[in-house]
Write a protein that binds this ligand. Structure first.
Ligand code: F6P
Length: 328
């Protein structure tokens, strides 16, 4: 018989992403549904160390399913990396009667969760929340779909200017270590070239491709670049390089930045968050711990947190080929 869970703590940590609120709502309401108490922990692990807690019931998460960001706030806590910080956090949880945790975040959040579990044998489930979609064990992380839609919408707008002025635009999108946003939004927005960290296109090939594009009759172009791409020049240096080598191009740069992390979550992210929140709480009730809930082949799945952290997400190489063909 698994130990009965009486009170679940929920927190968001690391970079915020659209859908985190919908996930908090789901955790809180699933607890209420199963007659379990729930508390919200503010500012991630830092709030756990400081005892910044709030009792939450189904009515405290009204009207947040459609809101970006996180009502619980988020933080990256350096104090939680110390044994003393984690000890304080554990004391606070015990004092508040919390006997299980749901943590919503990315790699760093899960690494902290595993350590905490190892030290205090504390039941924990993780929900993947990051727009980068770079977590192993789920086809989609919370916020990724919304970010894709945001990026596509913005590039559509940029294309109006690109085509009116016969310009080449370099659009930098988020993705420090992963090119999922660049690759998928790039195809969705009809980019001529896509530069991602997983594949170094090379400067020569970029020039060749742009020349080919001009020769084929295109008067404007969009190149989507992930911030972590490996071409060896930042987006502004790349503009100078292309202008120096292809003077026929009038180049502009647009760095989309944090606008990609905000905004109302897409329907997909809201449904995903709702499904993952239910599974996280019900897994704790079933006595499970140290798993990440995710989506695989459209079914909710469990992946050991250790694998979720260590595993590498791969880009779909077929998408690179599709992008090449589409830019003909
Ligand atoms: O959430 C991940 C991410 O979007 C990365 O792609 C990006 O490099 C980073 O967040 C930026 O984070 P911060 O808000 O700390 O600057």
């Amino acid at each position: 018989m698994p130990k009965t869970i009486k009170k679940v703590g929920v927190l968001t940590s690391g970079g915020d992403s659209p859908g985190m609120n919908a996930a908090i709502r789901s955790v809180v309401r699933t607890c209420a549904y199963h007659n379990i108490e729930c508390i919200g922990i503010y500012r991630g692990y830092q709030g756990m160390i400081e005892g910044d807690f709030k009792e939450m019931g189904p009515r405290s998460v009204n009207n947040i399913v459609n809101k970006g960001g996180t009502i619980l706030k988020s933080a990256r806590s350096s104090e939680f990396k110390t044994a003393e910080g984690r000890h304080k956090a554990h004391e606070n949880l015990l004092k508040a009667g919390v006997d299980a945790l749901v943590v919503i975040g990315g790699d760093g959040t899960f690494t902290g969760a595993l350590l905490f579990n190892k030290e205090f044998d504390f039941p924990i489930m993780g929900i993947p929340g990051t727009i980068d979609n770079d977590i192993f064990g789920t086809s989609h992380t919370l916020g990724y779909d919304t970010a894709l839609n945001t990026v596509v919408e913005v590039i559509d707008k940029i294309r109006d200017t690109a085509s009116s002025h016969n310009r080449l635009f370099f659009v930098e999108v988020m993705g420090r270590d992963a090119g999922h946003i660049a690759l998928n939004a790039g195809i969705g927005a009809g980019a001529e070239e896509i530069l991602i960290p997983e594949e170094d296109l090379g400067l020569e090939r970029l020039l060749e491709s742009l020349q080919k594009s001009k020769a084929s009759g295109k008067s404007s172009s969009i190149v989507v670049i992930a911030e972590g791409d490996k071409i060896g020049k930042n987006v502004f240096e790349l503009k100078d390089y292309v202008e120096a080598n292809l003077p026929e191009y009038d180049v502009r740069v647009s760095v989309l930045g944090h606008m990609q992390r905000g905004g109302s979550p897409s329907c997909f992210d809201r449904v995903l968050a709702s499904r993952l929140g239910v599974k996280a709480v019900e897994s704790l009730i079933d006595g499970k711990s140290n798993f990440m809930v995710g989506l695989q082949n459209d079914a909710v799945s469990l992946t050991p947190l250790e694998q979720a952290i260590k595993g590498k997400t791969m880009i779909d190489r077929e998408l690179l080929r599709v992008s090449d063909i589409m830019s003909t």
